[in-house]
Design a protein around this ligand. Structure first.
Ligand code: CP3
Length: 331
């Protein structure tokens, strides 16, 4: 989860020379950053270095990343008319650099670990398109959703068609798995999720199903897990706000789960980090279909050594079954 990034010195060194968008748009650089964590941490998969906002620009919503503030759109959607003005585009052309990065990464990885491609889910993408950047309460997004439901559904229909096609292009280019990020969907009630989000997210999973395994990720979803399952995904992502065994029971043990360590535990101390890691593993109970992961992205202030220690610990503990006999911090 957010494998590459500011917690790694080699990433920070590249960022001194290039903007985030330059890294995303230059296949050789995106490849280099994708491989940085694979070379330093015992991860079992690589996640493509890209950003879920990239498709907004060819749709007619240009943006930039502002230091200290995150993404900022030049002209966010503010009226239903803005939605009709959005453009359709061919991802194999407009986002050809992402597909080229996938091909380069796969050459470099040469089968060492699988490569995960990704895209944003309609709700999370729509929220950036409407808010224009970070939001605490999603007031503009929800105003459009409640006030102009037809326009909302038109927007999400455009987004889900675009995302499904973009993911198919990533699969053609060679990713082994795709993950759909609905990072902010936990802001919705179950009623709103079912009405305003589920049909659109489901369309994406139905379109890409059967080609490669799919992961459906969200945060703050403790009240939405059954609905996330209904929308689709071979694997459902779980954040740290709910115990993994409870989440898995609600999702159903016929689905795989991914999660769910709180990423702030990586800030230390090591004893608590590994105790809580063990707790996640014990709750997974050695059942097949658990992908150990963080519940959300790694924070920039995380010590790399803690990430390395965590990956090693999870591997050792999983290899020996769940019977972790010694003190978890005694690695
Ligand atoms: O290694 C990886 O995890 C793959 C790369 C990746 C990035 N963005 C690069 C990136 C992935 C999977 C994403 C997805 C993404 N982008 C999400 C969903 C995942 C999540 O965290 O929930 C979201 C919401 C975005 C949009 C986005 N990109 C925001 C809100 C920000 C600003 C965050 C901040 O803390 O400033 C970004 C910037 C971004 N994208 C960084 C990285 C590594 C930060 C690094 C930098 O500024 O150099």
């Amino acid at each position: 989860m957010r494998q590459a990034g500011r917690y790694m010195s080699e990433y920070r060194a590249l960022r001194e020379r290039y903007s985030l968008l330059d890294l995303c748009r230059t296949p050789e650089l995106a490849t280099e950053v994708t491989l940085q964590p694979v070379n330093r941490i015992e991860v079992d998969a690589a996640i493509l270095f890209s950003d879920l906002l990239l498709p907004l620009e060819p749709m007619g919503l240009p943006f930039d990343f502002i230091k200290g503030e995150g993404p900022q759109l030049e002209r966010p959607i503010s009226t239903p008319g803005d939605i009709d003005a959005l453009r359709d585009f061919e991802p194999r052309e407009a986002l050809g650099h992402v597909l080229e990065a996938i091909r380069l990464v796969q050459q470099e990885l040469a089968g060492r670990v699988p490569l995960i491609g990704f895209a944003g889910a309609p709700f999370t993408l729509a929220s950036y398109a409407i808010e224009g950047g970070h939001s605490n309460n999603f007031a503009k997004t929800k105003s459009l959703m409640y006030g102009h439901p037809d326009a909302w559904h038109r927007l999400c229909d455009r987004l889900s068609t675009m995302v499904a096609d973009y993911l198919l292009a990533q699969i053609e280019a060679g990713v082994d798995v795709v993950q759909i990020f609905d990072s902010w969907v936990g802001m919705l009630s179950a009623t709103d999720y079912r009405e305003f989000v589920l049909p659109h997210t489901r369309k994406i999973f139905e379109t890409v199903a059967g080609r490669v395994p799919t992961i459906h990720f969200g945060t703050g979803t403790a009240t939405l897990l059954e609905l996330l399952r209904e929308a689709g995904g071979d694997v459902i992502g779980v954040d740290w706000r709910i115990p993994l065994d409870e989440a898995w029971k609600r999702i159903g043990t016929d689905r795989a789960v991914q999660g769910n360590l709180d990423p702030t535990l990586l800030l230390g101390p090591a004893k608590r980090l590994l105790e809580q890691t063990q707790d996640v593993l014990v709750r997974a109970g050695g059942r097949p279909g658990h992908i150990f992961n963080l519940g959300h992205g790694i924070l920039p202030s995380t010590p790399l050594e803690h990430v390395q220690m965590l990956a090693q610990y999870v591997h050792r503990a999983s290899r020996s079954g769940t019977a972790i006999t010694r003190e978890p911090w005694d690695v």
